[in-house]
Ligand binder design. Sequence first.
Ligand SMILES: CC(=O)NCC[C@H](N)C(=O)O
Ligand SMILES: [Fe+3]
Length: 134
Amino acid sequence: MIVRDMESAAAAGRKIVSPDGNWDSTRLLLKDDNMGFSFHITTIYEGADFGMHYQNHLESVYCMSGEGEVETVADGKKYPIKPGTIYILDKHDKHILRAFKEMKMACVFNPPLHGKEVHNKEGAYELTAEAVTD
Ligand SMILES: CC(=O)NCC[C@H](N)C(=O)O
Ligand SMILES: [Fe+3]
């Protein structure tokens, strides 16, 4: 069994701060844990308004705190996000995420991230990336 905590994970280099200033993500469970998915606790900063399009991954995002909305670009539909909301990008949906208040999210990715990924110019994560070492 593996047991980790946010504080030591961040200190061990598992906390990635997005260069675009919108979020940070503590990558608690990654590809090299061989679980078949990765699990991250992500903070979306208040005022963030940015697009993503995970062409290479499936992601589910569960909101634990804060308030915002997610918009699917294909149809312009907006979905409110509050604690208890999960949004599931089952069609690799191109989406825009807005944080009206800072949001804490639990994110699961399949396939699992290696560790250091940040979005490329299409808002996706590459399938190969640098791992984080504990
Ligand atoms: C909620 C979201 O998509 N934020 C971008 C970061 C990503 N979820 C991650 O955990 O790396
Ligand atoms: Fe996302």
